[in-house]
Write a protein that binds this ligand. Structure first.
Ligand SMILES: Cc1cc2nc3c(=O)[nH]c(=O)nc-3n(C[C@H](O)[C@H](O)[C@H](O)COP(=O)(O)OP(=O)(O)OC[C@H]3O[C@@H](n4cnc5c(N)ncnc54)[C@H](O)[C@@H]3O)c2cc1C
Length: 394
């Protein structure tokens, strides 16, 4: 009898499905619309390939952080249009210089899903740019990477659980780890793709969707603004502080996959050679010669170097003028970035969400559970802004 990771731990990486030689494993949605593997017993020969490929059943080696930088792309345009400082684009550009392919996540408007792909050129860098705050499908990316490693090194960028999945896939498919360079992103959780799909369908009422962004640079790059461009230039935009169901559910940790609430990678030790994230603690421990607020508003990435190889790549990005870096105390990242210490905590609304979603769907459920939140949030925001204004005048 084959036993895969429990629903509490499964990250939906699809390694089990992709490692099965008899096609016995498929991914199916549960009542909360998260994807989990299902084994067809009539096809299963109990060879155990799926179990061996599961990253949650065999823990990945983690690296202790060595150094921390505040960093941004030397290309102002990239810096502005990226989620934080555009440092990931610098990694991709270094790959181009080295002649290596790289991976990233692209949003597919037709299916309203985020999917991992291999990139080979400048045009792919643009498609991968910016964070898509939703579950991303790994699909066949590990197998595609396996093919690439036969020819050259490839750089994988993904969430920590996805890096762990690739590492496990590499171990079970005899891929030489030296052929892989791993970049992990600090992550606070991913919701099912179905939530975003329903949310946009029911709130935007668009005939055609042209683009979706979760951090709209038209407002300010560090602002979490969910924007949907639709119907020939119209735009639906909702700030993180607004009454938008997706923004509320995502940012208050109500709607993530169950495994995100016990994520084993939400800690200081990292699965990647380098880690990228936002830098909320920038300037909080050691003085910075420039203007912290100014740099933050233009976009700052936090880079944590976890291996010697990671340090070499950062040095190469600096030497090739792709990245501007300022070394910072490690504690500025570790102390202030919650997901470097522990997984996201379930919000007070989570139990209601789990209970109501299967029958009511995303919009009706959120309208019910977030009634109070929709009043409190904007008020809290105004108070916070007023307090900041007063403090600044003092
Ligand atoms: C789901 C998610 C949650 C995050 N949570 C946090 C957090 O709590 N704290 C924090 O400090 N930082 C978090 N980040 C990281 C942050 O949003 C930026 O991605 C990071 O700072 C790098 O920004 P950048 O400007 O260098 O790159 P950008 O150009 O903005 O690049 C974004 C990179 O993320 C990849 N990516 C985008 N969406 C996904 C996805 N759904 N799944 C996997 N990879 C994806 C892209 O392929 C690209 O490589 C999160 C990112 C994601 C995707």
């Amino acid at each position: 009898m084959i036993t895969l990771a429990s629903k509490k731990n499964c990250t939906g990486c699809m390694n089990c499905m992709n490692s099965c030689n008899t096609g016995a494993v498929s991914m199916t949605k549960d009542s909360l619309d998260n994807l989990y593997p299902q084994i067809n017993s009539s096809k299963c020969i109990e060879c155990g390939s799926c179990v061996r490929a599961c990253p949650e059943l065999s823990q990945a080696n983690l690296n202790s952080p060595i150094k921390c930088y505040a960093a941004y792309s030397t290309d102002n345009n990239i810096r502005w249009f990226s989620a934080s400082g555009g440092g990931i684009s610098s990694v991709y550009k270094l790959c181009l210089l080295k002649g290596y392919p790289f991976t990233g996540v692209q949003f597919d408007i037709d299916t309203m899903t985020a999917n991992h792909h291999i990139g080979f050129g400048e045009e792919d860098i643009e498609k991968f740019r910016n964070s898509k705050y939703t579950y991303s499908f790994m699909n066949s990316i590990c197998m595609d990477i396996l093919e690439q490693t036969k020819k050259q090194i490839i750089c994988f960028v993904g969430l920590p659980c996805q890096v762990a999945a690739l590492k496990r896939f590499a171990a079970t498919h005899h891929i030489d780890n030296n052929r892989l360079f791993f970049v992990d992103l600090i992550c606070h959780g991913v919701p099912s793709h179905e939530y975003l799909k329903e949310h946009i369908k029911k709130t935007v009422h668009a005939k055609s969707i042209e683009a979706i962004t979760f951090r709209d640079s038209d407002y300010m790059t560090s602002k979490f603004v969910l924007s949907v461009k639709h119907d020939g230039g119209k735009k639906y935009s909702k700030f993180v502080e607004s009454d938008d169901n997706y923004q509320i559910g995502y940012h208050n940790a109500t709607i993530y996959r169950p495994n995100c609430y016990q994520c084993q990678y939400a800690k200081a030790e990292r699965v990647g050679d380098i880690t990228f994230g936002d830098f909320s603690g920038f300037g909080k421990i050691a003085p910075f010669e420039g203007n912290v607020q100014n740099e933050k508003s233009q976009g700052i990435s936090c880079i944590i170097v976890n291996t010697q190889r990671g340090q070499e790549w950062v040095n190469e990005m600096i030497d090739n003028n792709l990245l501007k870096c300022f070394e910072r105390p490690l504690d500025e990242a570790l102390r202030y970035e919650q997901q470097l210490n522990r997984p996201s905590l379930k919000s007070e609304y989570r139990a209601g969400f789990e209970q109501l979603y299967p029958k009511n769907g995303f919009t009706a459920t959120c309208n019910k559970i977030f009634k109070k939140e929709k009043i409190i949030r904007p008020v809290k925001h105004v108070i916070k802004r007023c307090a900041k204004f007063v403090l600044r005048r003092k």
